[in-house]
Design a protein around this ligand. Structure first.
Ligand code: OAD
Ligand code: ZN
Length: 251
């Protein structure tokens, strides 16, 4: 895959760059996506597992499901696509990862400027007293109840019908509205408000570059669309960005 000259030029002078990521970027780390034939939502019902009502109705079931997903994410490792975004953070003066994923893989890869729109499965808190149960030490005890007050412990993630964390959303919107380029990677681009962000980029005069194994509703709207696994495509993109910069410097 060779980047079009025009895009090379844009990337050479780009100062503000954003990567909007979805479940597809973690697929090659062994974490299931949501939509499509093998997606989680083809076998499980979001309304039974991923809403506050569902949690109150059956806290044990929902907690066990998240415990299971936490287990999978901890066993998995960041893949070359995540690592490419760590490289990009070093290349561009301002680089932001905006992710819909809760799997913590961007941070584990080493990305530092990350907006987590849907929360993070490694963070949990008690509904009763607010006590936090964060990080790799947290393993749900059998009842998933707070040590201090006995309240229910919930994951600090966004369920259907819940608001996005305002600070994370503001960070994402600001990055999008000043972006010269946004890479949209491994997302079906159908879940709002995240799916609005590429529109914000284009409205503010930036370019949208999609990376996905298949066509999405965004593909025709994007300025450039590359089809292929995120790891392969992003590694190639980063190589070419580095090469162009070397040549431009006269190296
Ligand atoms: P989806 O499962 O909807 O979409 C995953 C996308 O990744 C699809 O477009 C696939 O074609 C693409 N894909 C799969 N493997 C890939 C690979 N190796 N390389 C590149 N692309 C690949 O996941 P999201 O768009 O992230 O929300 O879903 C958005 C939100 O819907 C999630 O954050 C979650 C879900 O309900 C909440 O939990 C609030
Ligand atoms: Zn408590």
């Amino acid at each position: 895959m060779k980047l079009p000259d025009e895009l090379q030029k844009i990337l050479l002078s780009a100062k503000e760059v954003v990567a909007l990521t979805g479940a597809g970027i973690s697929a090659e780390s062994g974490i299931p996506t949501f939509r499509g034939e093998d997606g989680l939502w083809s076998k499980l019902k979001p309304e039974e597992l991923a809403s506050f009502d569902a949690f109150l109705r059956n806290p044990q079931l929902v907690s066990e499901w998240y415990e299971h997903r936490r287990h999978i994410t901890r066993l998995s490792k960041p893949n070359p696509a995540h690592m490419s975004l760590v490289d990009m953070e070093k290349i561009f003066p301002h680089f932001t990862v905006v992710t819909q994923n809760i799997d913590n893989l961007h941070r584990r890869a080493g990305s530092r400027n990350v907006a987590e729109l849907h929360g993070n499965i490694e963070r949990n808190y008690c509904l009763g007293c607010g006590m936090r149960y964060d990080g790799e030490d947290f393993e749900g005890n059998e009842s998933f109840r707070c040590k201090k007050c006995g309240g229910l412990i919930r994951p600090d993630i966004v369920w259907f019908g819940e608001m996005l964390p305002a600070d994370q959303w503001n960070m994402a919107e600001e990055a999008a509205s000043s972006a010269d380029v946004m890479f949209v990677i491994g997302t079906s681009a159908v879940v709002y408000p995240a799916a609005e962000l590429p529109v914000t980029v284009k409205r503010s005069g930036g370019k949208v570059v999609e990376v996905n194994v298949e066509e999405t509703p965004l593909s025709r709207y994007a300025d450039y669309s590359f089809q292929g696994p995120a790891s392969k495509v992003l590694v190639e993109i980063v190589e070419q960005i580095k090469e162009t910069r070397k040549v431009a410097k006269g190296g």
